[in-house]
Every structure is written in structure tokens, then in C-alpha cells.
Design a protein around this ligand. Structure first.
Ligand SMILES: NC(=O)c1ccc[n+]([C@@H]2O[C@H](COP(=O)([O-])OP(=O)(O)OC[C@H]3O[C@@H](n4cnc5c(N)ncnc54)[C@H](O)[C@@H]3O)[C@@H](O)[C@H]2O)c1
Length: 327
């Protein structure tokens, strides 16, 4: 993700340039730097954050490092776009919310890029215009062809289903109050002990039920679905394909390979970040959104372990309304 964002900024984003890169694996940073003509590379991200030539920071390192790197950027008053998750726990995300609040300025955007995806934006606009009446149910699916064996049942929640937690809050404009994680017998493609697929049910404060199928070893393709059922109709993301392939006696809709599904959304997310950070605003998900999604995932991990419905615990001080900023 770091390489992808660096290339996007260098080649396609107006108003920003890549001046330095960091990775604990220095070779990896150097490789990206060489391809972009960026000679300043660090194996210590804190040095990059402190460098005078760096005006803003994009954090796309492993999830466990996000909290300390975002806090370091806040310490020196630099805006930061942090890939999801903001931190691996709600407590860690809460520390970021508090550090930002203490500064009295919005400096943190969280990389929930679906808020910038054209299809999700259209769906959200239709909901907002009342096209299907009041929402009652949301059906989501998040399927990958395969993932590394290290992706455990809990990581599937904190790194993958976390997107649906954010989408739910954003689309419905309300918080998630409770989570239940259920799992059928696992696919034979899952390593021992890993529950895949999982079925996650969110209950929102307003009484909407959201079911999320997370199936990370689904084999056939990268497939993200979302359908909102309202009092007057339903609205869903259409098939992701832009083309229909006819061949060998069949017509088919090919899936974009992996994260290519989001190429334009990543671009628009980063452009919106660059455009708004000078004004001290945040275009997409805020630190509060990152915290709220992490709190939902804490409850999901607990539900998975305990095998029961778990309420989401949100500390409301410093709360920002869910629908405050629109891109
Ligand atoms: N928004 C999305 O669609 C999306 C998609 C994929 C990944 N992500 C997120 O992006 C992040 C990175 O994912 P990835 O797939 O690129 O992982 P990755 O493992 O391929 O890359 C992570 C990189 O971070 C480096 N790193 C680890 N600790 C570091 C530190 N302290 N300082 C500097 N560099 C460090 C590693 O050496 C590695 O090169 C994760 O948080 C992941 O959840 C988001």
C-alpha cells in the first residue's frame, strides 16, 4: 500500500510531491524511491516524520505501527493520512482522538477509501435522497480469492470487516451498538483453527440490522457487495465489472484483480486529503471514525471469542457526528 500511494502521489496527485520514504526494510523504500526519483529514504519512520522537508505524512506500514506513527506526526503538528486501521485496538485509536483534540485542529484522516468509491458514493447519495425510504437491513459481502495463512479469524475482523463497520456508520449516519460474530464450518482452504467464512451482524443504534459475510478464501475472485433494503425499495452496488466478456459459449462479468477494484478510490482519497489539509479540514474518515470502527472491531473480536452478542463500548466525549464531513 505504501508503494501504491507513493506512486499515486508522485504521478497523479495535484499539489503534493513525495520528498521522502521510510520502511524498516530499507531496500523496500529504496526500490520505490528509485522508481520515482526520490533519493531520501529512511529505515526509521520517526526520522522521516521529523524531517523539515516533510509537510504531511501518509502512514501505510503494518497495522501494529499506525498508532505510534500517527502520534509522532501529531507531536510535530503534521497532517497525517493513516491507512486503516487507525490502531489495532479501540484504546489505541482513542489515544489518537485525544491527542488530536488536544491540538484543537483536525490533522488525521483515516484511509477508509470506500467513502471515495464512485459506486458507494452513488449508493450513499440515493440513500440520502430517500430513494429507498428508511433503511431497515443492509447485506454486505467481502470476499477475497485467497489471503496468507497468517490472516487469522480476528485479523479478518480488524483488517477486513472493519471496512464494513465504517461503511455502515457512513451510509446510515449512526453508530453500531452491538455485534455478533457467527461462523459456519470452515472452508477446507483455511489453515487449522481459522474460522473462514464468518458472518458478522451489526445492530445499529437506530435498529437497522447489517449482515456481513467475510470470506477471505473464496477462490473465485475479489467480490465486495452491499445492498441496502429500505421501506420503499432496495439499492445495491452493481456488479463491479465495467465490461462483459463473451467467450467459449458464455457471457461473463470479470472481476477486477484484487485491489484494482479501488484504484480510482485510492486516487480520489489522496487527492481529497491533499486538497483539504491546507484548510485544516478532513475530507474523509476522521480520527473519531477510526476510533468508532475500532470499537466495533474490539466488540467483534470479543464476540468471536465468547460466542455471543457483544455490545460496543464508545466513550462519547469529543464525539464528532457520524455524517459531519462529505467528500
Ligand atoms: N485501504 C485498503 O484497501 C488497504 C488494502 C491493503 C492494505 N491496507 C492497509 O495498509 C497497511 C499496509 O498493508 P500492506 O498490505 O502494504 O502490508 P505489507 O506487509 O505489504 O507492508 C507493510 C510495510 O510496512 C513496513 N513496516 C513495518 N513496520 C514499520 C515501521 N515501524 N516503520 C516503517 N515501516 C514499517 C514493512 O517492512 C512493510 O514493507 C495495513 O495497515 C493494511 O491494513 C489497506
Amino acid at each position: 500500500m505504501g508503494g501504491l500511494h507513493a506512486r499515486t502521489i508522485a504521478r497523479e496527485i495535484r499539489g503534493a510531491e513525495v520528498v521522502a520514504l521510510a520502511d524498516v526494510d530499507l531496500e523496500r523504500a529504496r526500490e520505490v524511491g528509485d522508481s520515482l526519483g526520490v533519493g531520501t529514504v529512511f529505515d526509521d519512520a520517526f526520522e522521516l516524520i521529523a524531517a523539515p522537508s516533510v509537510e504531511a505524512v501518509l502512514v501505510a506500514s503494518s497495522a501494529g505501527t499506525h498508532e505510534e506513527l500517527v502520534l509522532a506526526a501529531l507531536d510535530v503538528g503534521k497532517p497525517v493520512l493513516c491507512e486503516k486501521p487507525l490502531a489495532t485496538t479501540a484504546e489505541g485509536s482513542r489515544r489518537v482522538v485525544e491527542a488530536e483534540a488536544a491540538l484543537g485542529r483536525r490533522l488525521v484522516q483515516v484511509g477508509f477509501m470506500r467513502r471515495f468509491d464512485a459506486a458507494y458514493l452513488e449508493l450513499e447519495g440515493l440513500l440520502r435522497d430517500g430513494a429507498v425510504g428508511a433503511p431497515l437491513l443492509v447485506h454486505c459481502a467481502h470476499r477475497n480469492p485467497s489471503v496468507p495463512d497468517g490472516v487469522t479469524s480476528a485479523v479478518a475482523l480488524t483488517e477486513s470487516v472493519v471496512h464494513e463497520a465504517d461503511v455502515t456508520r457512513w451510509l446510515l449516519g449512526e453508530e453500531i451498538a452491538a455485534v455478533t460474530v457467527l461462523a459456519p464450518r470452515p472452508t477446507r482452504h483455511a489453515p487449522p483453527g481459522v474460522r473462514d467464512p464468518q458472518l458478522v451482524v451489526f445492530e445499529t443504534e437506530g435498529g437497522v440490522l447489517v449482515d456481513v459475510e467475510s470470506f477471505l478464501r473464496a477462490r473465485y475472485g475479489y467480490d465486495v457487495r452491499c445492498e441496502v433494503v429500505g421501506e420503499e425499495g432496495t439499492v445495491a452496488l452493481a456488479e463491479p465489472a465495467l465490461v462483459r466478456l463473451r467467450r467459449d459459449g458464455r457471457a461473463s462479468l470479470p472481476f477486477a484483480p484484487g485491489l484494482r477494484r479501488w484504484t480510482q478510490a485510492y486516487r480520489d482519497e489522496v487527492q481529497a486529503w491533499v486538497d483539504t489539509l491546507a484548510a485544516g479540514a478532513v475530507a474523509g474518515a476522521t480520527a473519531w471514525d477510526g476510533y468508532a470502527a475500532a470499537a466495533v472491531m474490539d466488540a467483534a473480536v470479543e464476540s468471536l471469542a465468547a460466542g455471543r452478542r457483544t455490545e460496543v463500548v464508545l466513550r462519547r466525549e469529543g464525539r464528532q457526528p457520524v455524517k459531519e464531513v462529505r467528500s
